[in-house]
Design a protein around this ligand. Structure first.
Ligand code: FDA
Length: 300
């Protein structure tokens, strides 16, 4: 119920536009690493100092105008330059809709190609995040196209998808992030209850660890993390073959602990003015995150 309300709010374009004007509010500053490149580089340096690598997301949603998509592309290119210039341990995460997937496929592909090409010059990886099922096939199509020219690109498999195993097998030669899935999807396409999603998540992770290229296990779920730790030990899977990922600001102690234990750890670091949809989806996943809002309000 609460989940549906926050997912609904995340899709409200009017509130999204309004939020951009007022800077980070409502506790979003706890989970969004600033509004500009200087701030995000500072956050990356702090995480790198603890042995944690980063994937940087220049936040952006509801892009229906070419100028906005071009602006997003330019900003991501600047982030790539900044990663290179500051020599920080970081790569890029981006959403195809931000680069114009809802405007025209070929326009989005050309924007993405420019980004992947620039990143490739510096040996920087680009992860194409997965959005709702309406964008699933075009996102895989973009990946198919780019992989003909570049190998510094990968994507995400969402365990709630009924066909997730097919996608994972098809893309096993890509560096792949596996997640539970963040959008509201119909039963026609996705498992609806937590037990089924969790079971599929474990199944996909195990399969990819054994059969796939590099695996990013993106979750805050300690049960899954503990299971993976046991699984890799039992199956002699070396640490170089996988990493754990969590979102910036969540389970900070566990992030540090996993890095300290010697696991590859990567924090997903979002930044920018377009924080509203991202923040609402985090509240949808875990209404306890409302604590962040409450703390922020009380600290004022
Ligand atoms: P989930 O929310 O199911 O929580 C399981 C249990 O873990 C909870 O019951 C609780 O015990 C514990 N827990 C979780 N969060 C906690 C916290 N903050 N503090 C204490 N305990 C906590 N989705 C998508 O559709 N496309 C994408 O591209 C991505 N990309 C992505 C990158 C990264 C790095 C992450 C971490 C996640 C994504 N996601 C995503 C989001 C993902 O699909 C999913 O919605 C969220 O990660 C929430 O699911 P979890 O696996 O974290 O556990």
């Amino acid at each position: 119920m609460l989940k549906d309300i926050f997912i609904g709010l995340s899709q409200n374009q009017f509130l999204n536009n309004a939020a951009k004007k007022y800077g980070l509010k409502m506790g979003a500053q706890s989970v969004v690493a600033g509004t500009n490149i200087d701030e995000v580089i500072k956050s990356i340096k702090e995480l790198n100092a603890h042995g944690i690598s980063c994937t940087v997301d220049n936040l952006g949603e509801f892009v229906f105008k070419e100028e906005e998509a071009t602006e997003a592309k330019e900003q991501i290119l600047k982030v790539i330059e900044a990663i290179h210039e500051h020599n920080v341990d970081a790569h890029i995460s981006l959403k195809p809709t931000q680069l114009g997937l809802d405007i025209e496929y070929s326009f989005c592909l050309s924007n993405l190609r420019e980004i992947v090409d620039r990143a490739n010059n510096y040996g920087i990886f680009v992860n194409v995040d997965m959005e709702d099922t309406g964008h699933l096939q075009p996102t895989f199509d973009v990946l198919d196209e780019l992989s003909k020219e570049y190998d510094n690109v990968g994507t995400v498999i969402q365990a709630y998808l009924l066909r997730a195993d097919e996608y994972l097998e098809k893309y096993k030669n890509f560096r792949m992030r596996i997640v539970k899935g963040a959008y509201k999807e119909p039963a026609e396409y996705a498992y609806q209850n937590k037990k089924d999603i969790d079971a599929n998540f474990i199944k996909l992770i195990e399969w990819h660890l054994v059969n796939g290229k590099f695996t990013s296990i993106a979750t805050h779920d300690h049960n899954v993390i503990n299971h993976v730790k046991e699984f890799v030990k039992k199956n002699n899977i070396p640490n170089e073959q996988f990493e754990f990922q969590m979102l910036y600001g969540f389970r900070k102690d566990m992030q540090l602990q996993l890095a300290k234990e010697g696991y590859n750890f990567c924090t997903y670091v979002p930044f920018g003015n377009d924080w509203y949809g991202y923040f609402m989806r985090r509240l949808a996943e875990r209404p306890q995150n409302l604590n962040l809002v409450a703390k922020q309000v009380l600290n004022k």
